[in-house]
Design a protein around this ligand. Sequence first.
Ligand code: ACM
Length: 531
Amino acid sequence: MLAALALALTLDSGFAVIPRPAHLTPKAGTFTLTGATVITTDPASRALGAMLTDYLFPATGFRLAVRSSAPAGVPAISIRLDTTLGTLGEEGYRLDVSRARVTIRAYRPAGAFYALQTLRQLLPPEIFRQAPVTGVAWVVPAVAIEDAPRFAWRGMHLDAARHFMPKEFVKKLIDLAALHKLNRFHWHLTDDQGWRIEIKQYPRLTQVGAWRRQTLVGRQDHDSTTWRFDGQPHGGFYTQDDIREIVAYARARFVTIVPEIEMPGHSQAAIAAYPELGNTGDTVPVWTRWGVDENILNPSDATIQFEQNVLSEVMGLFPGRWIHVGGDEAPKTQWKASPLAQGRIRDLGLKDEDELQSWFTRRMDEFLTAHGRTLVGWDEILQGGLAPNAVVMSWRGIDGGIIAARAGHDVVMAPGSHTYFDHYQSADTGNEPLAIGGFLPLDTVYAYDPVPAALAADEARHVLGAQGQVWTEYIPDPKRVEYMAFPRACALAEVLWTPVERKDYPDFRRRLAAHLARLAVLDVNYRPLGS
Ligand code: ACM
């Protein structure tokens, strides 16, 4: 019995699935995929059957037929929804592999989709090749898996504002997120250094705001006389057709995109395009350096209307429930000096500029709520009073998340200490590409528990989950995004999916060694394991 248990545990880690499934029981034997294998589905799972055919075809050369049933004796991969599996939730699944067949059952299509991601990881890593591979036996070890996620919000963030990231790379990142069973893509689309989303009512946002003249070279020293600039224009934006394409791509992979339109801070690119949005009336350029910018939006009715008009187009493009309106790092210097802002504070009977920002955010909250959407903001939106329906993203540590959860608001944990993938992943920074700073090694990500210990159970249910941040001030291109995000995103995926009692860092490292072979085939420029 003990020997059998030990064997099972050893074999379990031999199944190099990331994130680790909630329940996994090895069985004897293997299933071998051949050109004679048939995929069978119910009508609701037909599209997933076709997706599995597409996953398996390039490397194997087998274009497996998708049918409603297969004759007895024909090796089959069966995918069906099962109304009795409600306890596994919207995203849970059962995957049973035996010598004769592979059986996938789920309550909802998302669960069956995650079963497919597990199945891909049970095959040899060459399955991810996009051209036929010879000499590989397409063998799946027999196993019984029952699996469901720990958290509903399993996110990946990308800052496409500081450095524009091409559409094809955004799709690649969404694909990689889905492979790791992540289901939210937080797309940071606007900032001081660039506006990246076409807005039909305000063409100058991209005509002007999507381009900066040049970019600071290297680290931004406190002494501005040392700054050097590259003299190279940088920019780009996503057309509304691009966005629709990416939204459809994400939706097919059960990823909900959370678009972020920053306000009232991190808005210099918008003010460069439309100076009347600012406080000073000055014409400002799209920003060419980094940091916290004093050029924030003014709190006029016209500016509120402008941002709501932008959000109308954003809602038309992004069908997901959540719309992020930023809210972080909005210095109040200009509002303190502005007759308009001070008049507003007086007329509304507000205490100070923080309450004025809260008032601004509430206007967006009312607007989004009236349209059936939910506002998300960085934890600064707590200052001056939280808008009634807001979800708080806790980035300056975990306290914002604790306060918001106690006040009955949903929260997404994004603390710099455990989820900022722009931070260094080695203490030996001299051998790493230049980064913004910080130190976030793989084991620290893995050790993260998104539920703050201070929360009681009824408060903790407001913690929707967490997400990994990729801010791109010092990340100029997709290859560097991959280097910074992987394998830390693999660790975070396990934090967010796997039951806490199944987390085991040495076991994760063993599985990761095999998993990296998959990422290599997928041309992911992950940071090698080691120091
Ligand atoms: C942030 O890192 N400013 C949210």
